[in-house]
Design a protein around this ligand. Sequence first.
Ligand code: XMP
Length: 520
Amino acid sequence: MSPDQNLDKVLIIDFGSQFTQLIARRVRELGVFSEIVSHKKIKLKDINNSIKGIVLSGGPLNVYQINKYSFDKKILQFDVPVLGICFGHQILSKLNGGKVKQSKHREFGLANVYKKINSPLTTNFFGNKKSKQVWMSHADQVTKLPKNFKVLASSTNSKFAIVENKTKKYYGVQFHPEVTHTDNGKKLISNFIFSICKIKRNWTSKDQKKQLIKDLRQQIGNNKVICALSGGVDSSVVAQLLNKAIGKKLYCVFVNTGFLRKNEEVQVIQTFKRRLKINLIYVNAEKEFFKKLKNVSDPEKKRKIIGNLFIKIFEQYSKKIKNVKFLAQGTLYPDLIESKSVTGSQTSKIKSHHNVGGLPKKMNLKLVEPLKFLFKDEVRKLGLELNLNKEIISRHPFPGPGLAIRMPGIINNEKIKILKEADYYFIQALKNHGLYHKIWQAYAALLPVKTVGVMGDNRTYEYICLLRAITSEDGMTADYYEFKKSFMQSISNKIVNSIRGINRVVYDVTSKPPSTIELE
Ligand code: XMP
């Protein structure tokens, strides 16, 4: 279940809140391992001595919808401190004999909570003030506290905003300390972990590196591992981890589809083969991909053709290497959480196309997923710890099908050449203006439309280049980045003046949803 069964941890029981991942992140930011598990999946037998604290998350249910079939309340009788957040606070009260009132009206947004008495949970939370601004998002609320519970703070609408049962070490907060809108919320979480649960810090990048390398050696033994390297952050970190763990038993396959960014293959070979001395198999399959995609314009067909060909190449090389037993993948914790395997929730459709589907089953390889308990920012820190350079670690995400899904319509050599140049100028400009790291992802696309322009005294009839730059937390939702007019003017001039084939530049100002980040 966890990277190491003996690693002390905070267990977060998820009742479906959109902020559950944030709770896990806050705990880990404080240097303590945390793990999320669905209320439907957690069983009494899963509770062991490595669990030093339990957090009950918020969620859209009401306490009367939770019964013994969907959550085993005996879990709370295990002798560890419990912090209930929002719905978690209500269920904690209800299960201990308190009352929760169902309400049709939501209290949503900022509120003030007023301190009543001191407690280890609220030490230094209020500072020298009597009240604190917090973020609420609830309809129901606790109306009667269970026996032996005390009120630590109240708000105008929530009498029991922060509560405590000191003997049992049960704590409940009606608001969300994990969101940044709650002023000093992290202090509450920190007090819970360190003063109440008394956990020691065990989750630094250094610890993770050592632990992961040890686990990989144990899991892989003397066998061979194949790893699909894309040059992106996740696969690069997986490759370098395995390189440290098993050295030459690792074979990385890097496929040049022809739809990579300008000079990408050169950079990947330079970094992985020359600098990191990783076993790298470079496959130049540009011609094959191009041939298969000839006259294809349907976005889904493009994706499928690219995916299938990629698998075929991968299989060929896995056979050539011989006796490969494992396939390494850069699955991250959010991918796991979004899948049924951890939370029991529906697999997100938005992400289904991102996986290299079919690979493990078809090739009969066992999966190695060393990053499956990490968040993206943790992966980035781990990468630095593994001596990967900053440029790789902080790169914008890039989709597997690459530039092929950034030129709607039919693909041809001329378009690929034009698009590689436009994308290169855009990304360089972002770097030169110090904007690259403020933006989550940016790219240029080539629209299959020609329009009229005038250059010098001549009429032109050329393609439209679309620029997209977005801010995002995780790619699931996104907003467009607001550039200054001067930047937009300079990049538009640069592209139109330098690239033959483009005479118009447009900027995509749609958010996700309703749009997606990529065009296809
Ligand atoms: P969308 O377009 O779905 O993209 O809003 C969300 C994020 O996922 C990336 N993306 C992909 N990544 N293989 C990948 O590895 C893919 O097929 C793929 N399609 C989209 C996209 O670049 C964005 O970061």
